[in-house]
Each structure stands twice: as C-alpha cells, then as structure tokens.
Design a binder for this molecule. Structure first.
Ligand SMILES: *[C@@H]1O[C@H](CO)[C@@H](O)[C@H](O)[C@H]1NC(C)=O
Ligand SMILES: *[C@@H]1O[C@H](CO)[C@@H](O)[C@H](O)[C@H]1NC(C)=O
Ligand SMILES: *[C@@H]1O[C@H](CO)[C@@H](O)[C@H](O)[C@H]1NC(C)=O
Ligand SMILES: *[C@@H]1O[C@H](CO)[C@@H](O)[C@H](O)[C@H]1NC(C)=O
Ligand SMILES: *[C@@H]1O[C@H](CO)[C@@H](O)[C@H](O)[C@H]1NC(C)=O
Length: 489
C-alpha cells in the first residue's frame, strides 16, 4: 500500500516536472496581445496537442468565468462565442472588452489544468471634457487659475495646449494647468487638443477671465485748438473687467456737460467734445476709470499753444556750406505764429573726432545758442519756416531744436535735428570725412538736463511732455505671461 502511494507521488512529481517543461508546448497556440479597434472581430485561439481523451475548456475574462465547453447553460455574452475547436470569438468590440482573456484546458485525471492568457486592447478615439465643465473661469488678479482637460481614449491621449491660438511650450503634456493670475494678459482662451492616433484629435477650450483695475490710454494728451474751433479729448478704455465707472474731470472736479460740451463713447473710446472752444475751456483734464479693483487716470491738456514743430529733411533744400546750413520746419497752429526760437549747439556726442585730442578729457563747453526767428502772418493751421544759420564752423555736427509761440504761448520743443557743415577750404580733411557723410537725422531723443538758466523754460516744457503720456509696458507684460505659468498635474 505504502509502495503504491510512493509510486503515485513519484508519478505526480514527474508529471509536475513534465508540465513545467512542456506546458508551453502543450499549447499549439501562443499568447497574443491584440490591439483592435471598435467594431472589430477578434478570434482568440486555444489549441492544444492533447488529442486523446476529451478535454474541457473554460474561458475567463480578467479572471471571471466567461464560457465553459461542458456547461451549455452558461450563456456567453451577446457578442462572444466559443467554437468547437475552442477558439473564442468576440465581435463588435467595445472599449469595455479591453481585458485579459484566459483559456483553461482541463484534462482527464491525473493531468492538471493548463492555462494560456491573451489580451485585447480596444483602441478608441479620444474624448475631452473641460475643467471647469462650462469652459469658463473668472478670477481676480492674484488668484489661482486651475483649468484642465480630462480625456478618455485608448491609447491614453496626449494633450497639447494653445493660448489665444498660439502653441504653449509646455514641458510635459499635462492635462491640468495651474498658475497664478499675476497679470491680466494671462487671460484668454486656453485650448487643449487630445490625440492618440485613433480617429480624429478632439479640442476643447476654456476661457479665462482675469479681473483687474482698469487700464486707460490716449494717443493724444496734448490737444491743440483755438477759440471757436471744435476740439475733442479721447481716452481709450483698454481694459475694464469688471466694468468700470468712468468720468471726465477738470482740475479735480467733474466736467459739467451741456449741449456745447458733450461726452461720447464708441468702441471703448471715451470722448469729451467741445463743439466750439471758448477761452475758459483751455486747461487740464483727466479721464478716470474705476472699478472695485482700482482706478486709472489719463491726463489731457487742451491748449491753444502750437503743436510740436517738426524739422524737414530734404537734402536739396537743406543747403549746406562750410559755414551755413538751411533749416526747414513745419508746425501746426490754429493761430498766427508770432515767433520761433531756434536752439543750436555743436554736437560732441557719440561721434568720434578724426583726431582725438589726448589732452582734453573734459567735454568742451556745449551750450545751446538761441536764434529768434520771426513768425508768419498766416492763420495756418500749417506754418512752414526756413532759416539759414550762418557763421558755423566747417566740418562740424550740430544739433537743433525749435519752439514756436502763438498768442496762447510757447509750444513744446521739437525733436533734435542733427546736421553737419561742409569741410572748410583751408582744412585738409579727406573728402570721406566722417562729418561730410552725415546727412541730417531727426532723433526722437530730447536733452535731459537744463543747461542754462536762459534755456530753463524750454526744458520745463519738455518735462511736461513726458508727464503727459503714460505707457503700458506691454512687452514686459508678455514676458510675465510666459514666466508665470506654473504647471501642476
Ligand atoms: C461601430 O458600428 C456602429 C453600428 O454599425 C456604428 O454606428 C459606429 O459608428 C461604429 N463605430 C466605429 C468606431 O466604427
Ligand atoms: C476554429 O474554428 C473557427 C470557426 O469555425 C475557424 O474560423 C478557425 O479557423 C478554426 N481554427 C482552427 C485552428 O481550425
Ligand atoms: C481587465 O483588466 C485590465 C488590466 O488590469 C483593465 O485595464 C481592464 O479595464 C479590465 N477590464 C474589465 C472589463 O474589467
Ligand atoms: C496743468 O498741469 C500742469 C502739469 O501737468 C501744470 O504745470 C499746470 O499748471 C496745469 N495748468 C492748470 C491751468 O492747472
Ligand atoms: C549760461 O550762459 C551764459 C552765456 O550764454 C554763460 O555765461 C553762463 O556761464 C551759462 N551758465 C551755465 C550754468 O552754464
């Protein structure tokens, strides 16, 4: 008896070893991973070389029994069937059919069951759902923006982002974006695209609105007019979320409007219109926009003084000799120009001298000299003037500024004009002298310091000019946009 038991054990051990070695060989089929699309039909094999004795085959889906060759009562799911050769067929594949399918072969005693596992991955196109659901998020400046695109699809879709139509250079394909609303320019339409190579990519968008203090600007803060003319001050409300209250002020008090002084708003441009300017209308005005997050002002000056004059550069007319140069300028003024002041000085800046004097380290005295040029008697509005400056030094670069005066007062100074005199007869400068190559250039730079008491009033006016226009640092803001995007899964 004991002997038989031992023998039986030996047989079992032998069978066990044989199975380990031969298990794979028992199956004639090999395990497969099937990547299929929706609606496809897949046939999973379960072929063994076990021809003798009858075998029983069971199929499992992710470990739960799906089919049994000996149990006709176990109904297969609608789209599945097992053939006589034990292959399992699945048709009309759907995403939930993604699973491991195990074929179990149960053989007559004493052989134990053997198994082989296949898997099916049903690939399907991506879908996307935005966070928040309605695709709209409004936050206050400084708060966090948390948006995302939740996707489905197999394989797992890759998400890419665009902001206002421009690709965002994100380091990873995050489905979630989180950043601090540091600047109103971070607002916009954030668009995500999910693609996985199956079917078409899908796109969804989230509109991010950032509340901030209003922003106002103007193209013209110095408005030239004359008594009896129509004049308009125009301020652009660049940004107002939430909506802003707006008002016009004169010397700190609200402007009283009537049928002569009217307000108009069109396309975010707010205008204060004087149908016919009277003397007391001239002065300083402010446009103010205010919401719960702050306010913005833009200052205007309604004035009768001439506009800034501009030099004309026309080589044919700017007749240059070694000691003279003809300057031409134009100015807008609704009233007669009484006089011009032409300010002139040699220019020692950025140009190198042909023979630098090693012994002078101090810059030479470089004072503006004033030339009074009489005005014309025309009413304008465009006044032209020509003046030939004489007694200049040959081969010298000069700079010039002009101011104009009418009945209302002095204009602000023009931009600086650079011009050069011709080489002198007695001079031995080569004809290719750096100086003669200089054509008159208009520069938008204005002198910073007041050079002399006599010139002081000119520069006061300059300061006025720079106070008038306020700039929005757009390029800096765009940089901020890129810098402050922090990604969080
Ligand atoms: C699958 O078949 C159904 C019905 O025939 C059809 O409506 C559906 O569009 C098909 N899906 C794909 C991904 O081809
Ligand atoms: C198993 O049966 C199915 C259905 O008859 C057939 O399509 C398939 O080719 C068969 N496989 C083998 C190996 O005979
Ligand atoms: C089966 O298991 C796989 C892997 O664990 C899983 O991805 C799949 O969703 C499961 N399928 C079902 C129908 O439970
Ligand atoms: C207008 O504003 C300027 C400064 O911007 C000031 O110097 C000037 O006195 C003001 N004029 C009036 C009439 O208040
Ligand atoms: C101002 O100009 C006068 C003459 O043009 C000169 O004598 C004086 O030194 C200058 N003052 C300064 C501070 O440069």
């Amino acid at each position: 008896m004991k002997y038989i038991e031992m023998a039986f054990h030996k047989v079992c051990l032998l069978m066990f070893l044989v199975e380990i070695v031969l298990c794979e060989k028992v199956f004639k089929s090999v395990p497969v991973t099937v990547k299929a699309y929706e609606n496809d039909t897949v046939l999973l094999p379960c072929y063994t070389d076990n021809t003798e004795g009858d075998i029983r085959v069971r199929w499992y889906k992710n470990g739960s029994l799906l089919a049994d060759s000996r149990d006709p009562n176990l109904l297969l799911p609608l789209r599945a069937r097992m053939f006589a050769n034990f292959s399992l067929q699945l048709e009309g594949l759907l995403p939930p059919d993604t699973a491991d399918y195990t074929c179990e072969v149960i053989r007559p005693e004493p052989w134990g069951p053997i198994r082989q596992t296949h898997s099916i991955q049903v690939q399907y196109p991506p879908t996307v759902r935005t966070v928040p659901d309605d695709g709209f998020l409004e936050v206050k400046k400084g708060e966090y923006v948390d948006i995302g695109c939740e996707t489905t699809g197999s394989p797992i879709p890759i998400v890419t982002w665009k902001k206002n139509g421009e690709q965002m250079a994100l380091l990873e394909h995050r489905s979630r974006i989180r950043f601090r609303a540091e600047h109103r320019l971070l607002a916009g339409v954030y668009e995500c695209t999910a693609s996985n190579g199956v079917g078409d990519a899908v796109t969804a968008a989230i509109t991010v609105v950032i509340q901030d203090a209003p922003v106002v600007s103007t193209e013209r803060s110095f408005v030239h007019t004359a008594v009896g003319l129509r004049a308009a001050l125009a301020a652009r409300l660049e940004f107002a979320i939430p909506a802003a209250r707006t008002a016009w002020y004169r010397d700190g008090r609200p402007v009283r409007t009537d049928d002569r002084i009217v307000q108009m708003v069109r396309d975010n441009v707010h205008q204060l219109i004087f149908r016919s300017v009277r003397r007391p209308d001239l002065g300083n005005y402010t446009f103010r926009a205010e919401n719960k997050l702050g306010m913005a002002d833009v200052a205007f000056k309604l004035t009768g003084v001439p506009n800034v004059a501009s030099f004309k550069v026309e080589p044919a007319l700017n007749k240059a000799t070694s000691t003279s140069f003809t300057l031409i300028w134009e100015v807008d003024s609704y009233s007669t120009i009484i006089e011009y002041h032409l300010w002139l000085r040699p220019y020692y800046g950025r140009l190198s001298t042909p023979e630098p004097d090693a012994f002078t380290t101090e810059p030479p005295a470089n004072l503006w000299s004033k030339i009074v040029v009489p005005g014309d008697s025309t009413d304008g509005p465009i006044h032209s003037a020509t003046y030939t400056v004489r007694g200049l030094t040959p081969s010298t670069v000069y700079e010039a500024i002009v101011t104009s005066r009418n009945w209302f007062g002095w204009s602000k100074p023009s931009a600086v004009l650079h011009f050069a005199t011709e080489p002198g007869v007695g001079r031995t400068l080569p004809s290719t002298s750096e100086y003669t190559d200089i054509t008159p250039i208009l520069e938008e730079i204005v002198p910073q310091e007041a050079y002399n008491i006599t010139q002081a009033h000119v520069f006061e006016r300059l300061n006025e000019l720079s106070n008038g226009a306020r700039e929005t640092p757009f390029s800096a803001a765009i940089f901020v946009v890129l810098t402050f995007i922090i990604l969080v899964e």
